[in-house]
Design a protein around this ligand. Structure first.
Ligand SMILES: C[S@@+](CC[C@H](N)C(=O)[O-])C[C@H]1O[C@@H](n2cnc3c(N)ncnc32)[C@H](O)[C@@H]1O
Length: 244
């Protein structure tokens, strides 16, 4: 049953009561705070492609920061919430698989300042296409692949993708080493598309990692200062594990 949650002074309809991403202490909550921070450091008319928009809470934060947004969501139930939540807002909403959207956008030479890949599952096709839609700006990536490592799944797929170093991660389950591996991978894909890509920030939850990359842009000093002052790990901390 859909229900309503209050976040950032606005009521959002969410598909079910297990939607915990607006609770402090969750990566989903932190993710939204990071969007807010980034928005404060961008010029007020920036453009965003929110490729995994969900119910639109992240999109709403971009809009509040002054952005024009294209928000894409493929699930009908989520999309119904998204439409309802962003009614009257300056956002274009698409109920579509984002791969089709990205193809269309590439076909007409569109470009965005921020691309948000808040991907629950596979994001690799979308990642490569996204780089072709950016002159410069910021790219967010969320990956839940760490969950595969924790559960000892998809080892050969991850090995093909990231190389033999993944073997050790299946043993150590080191979240920080995982984040570094993803980051090197994203930088390599970006460089294939002719971009200089640098990791700006990462936040790690129990199963997911959220990373912010700059793409051919200099990160404002104030943003770096604010981001580096923030804690990067959310969830139960193991003894001796320090945030990097
Ligand atoms: C983690 S949620 C997004 C949360 C949202 N960014 C927020 O901050 O509220 C991921 C969403 O991506 C959607 N999704 C997954 N694969 C997709 C695809 N290929 N195209 C479009 N949407 C997709 C899922 O249905 C889900 O609603």
């Amino acid at each position: 049953m859909p229900e309503e949650v209050l976040f950032a002074g606005k009521t959002f309809t969410v598909p079910d009561p297990r939607h915990t991403a607006v609770l402090p202490g969750q990566l989903g909550y932190e993710k939204r705070d990071l969007i807010r921070l980034l928005g404060e450091h961008l010029s007020p008319d920036f453009t965003v492609l929110d490729a995994y928009a969900g119910v639109g809470i992240g999109t709403y934060l971009y809009l509040r920061a002054g952005a024009s947004c294209l928000a894409v969501e493929k699930d009908a139930e989520m999309f119904a919430c998204l439409e309802r939540n962003l009614r009257g807002e300056r956002a274009v909403l698409r109920e579509q698989d984002n791969r089709r959207t990205l193809e269309e956008l590439l076909g007409r030479g569109a470009a965005f300042d921020v691309i948000d890949l808040d991907a629950p599952g596979d994001f690799h096709e979308q990642l490569a296409m996204s780089f072709r839609l950016m002159d410069s700006g910021y790219l967010w990536l969320t990956t839940c692949e760490y969950m595969h490592i924790q559960r000892n799944l998809n080892r050969s797929t991850l090995e093909r993708r990231y190389g033999a170093g993944i073997e050790e991660l299946y043993l150590t389950r080191d979240r920080y080493a995982f984040q570094e591996m993803v980051s090197r991978h994203v930088e390599a894909i970006g460089s294939t598309a002719g971009h200089e890509v640098q990791l700006v920030h990462h936040a790690i939850g129990r199963t997911a990692v959220r990373l912010l990359f700059s793409v051919d842009t200099t990160v404002p000093r104030g943003l770096t200062d604010e981001l580096s002052a923030r804690e990067r790990y959310f969830g139960p901390r193991r003894t001796g594990q320090a945030p990097s």
